[in-house]
Every structure is written in structure tokens, then in C-alpha cells.
Write a protein that binds this ligand. Structure first.
Ligand SMILES: [Zn+2]
Length: 131
């Protein structure tokens, strides 16, 4: 991947995971530049298909494009940082990220935004005004 493209992805994301919004400065492992639509599904390595993701979000997302909405049990596409506004689909409830839409609920559930350790880290960052 070209250096300019990598730089663009990092800058556009403000060095935060574009899914769970954790800042790179809070995580020791370097974030990944991930394909929103995975290469397995013919996703291109281009500006409009790349996003910055923390290792956890990237691991849990894998090649998935959809998941099951935990509220309704209905198949639903995942949040797309290139097409969707984060605030339309997610909200903070204390240190938890809750879905405001089927897309938000499905993504928060599949990517396990609210695992205990992730909530604990988010709580610390919120307290420091770093989230
Ligand atoms: Zn993340």
C-alpha cells in the first residue's frame, strides 16, 4: 500500500479506530488499515474502501459484511465508516457504546465493543477526557 494512502487513512481517522473510536495512543498494538469490504469479497485497496481499525475491531469484524441484530434477530449489514456517520448509529451510555440503529446494534455486538476490558479502558479515557 502506498505511503500517501496510508497517511490519508490515518489522518482521516484522526488516529482513532473508526469503529469503536479508541485512540491509538491508548493501545500498544499498532492499528490496522482494514478493508471495509474485505478483499475476499472483491473489496479494493482504495481510499473509499479503507478504514483505520484497532486490532480487536479488525479481528472480530474479519471478512464479515453483516451480522445478526441482537434485538430483532434479523440479518443486518455492518457499519461502514466510509458511508455512515458514527453518531447516527452509535451513542455512549456511560462507558458502553450502544447501537442507535439496527446497523449500530449489529456492529457493536459483532465487534464486541463492550467487552469488560474495553469498557474499563473507555471509562479511564472518558475520565481523562481522552475519548
Ligand atoms: Zn476498534
Amino acid at each position: 500500500m502506498q505511503r500517501a494512502l496510508r497517511r490519508l487513512v490515518w489522518q482521516r481517522a484522526d488516529s482513532r479506530c473508526e469503529y469503536c473510536r479508541i485512540p491509538q495512543s491508548a493501545i500498544s498494538e499498532t492499528f490496522h488499515i482494514e478493508h471495509v469490504i474485505a478483499r475476499n469479497h472483491a473489496g479494493k485497496t482504495s481510499n473509499e474502501n479503507l478504514a483505520l481499525a484497532c486490532n480487536r475491531c479488525n479481528l472480530f469484524k474479519g471478512v464479515n459484511l453483516s451480522g445478526i441484530d441482537p434485538l430483532t434477530g434479523v440479518l443486518c449489514r455492518l457499519f461502514n465508516p466510509r458511508a455512515d456517520a458514527w453518531d447516527d448509529h452509535f451513542a455512549l451510555d456511560d462507558d458502553a457504546i450502544v447501537g442507535r440503529s439496527a446497523i449500530g446494534r449489529t456492529t457493536a455486538n459483532l465487534l464486541r465493543f463492550n467487552q469488560v476490558g474495553r469498557r474499563q479502558l473507555r471509562a479511564i479515557l472518558l475520565e481523562r477526557n481522552e475519548f
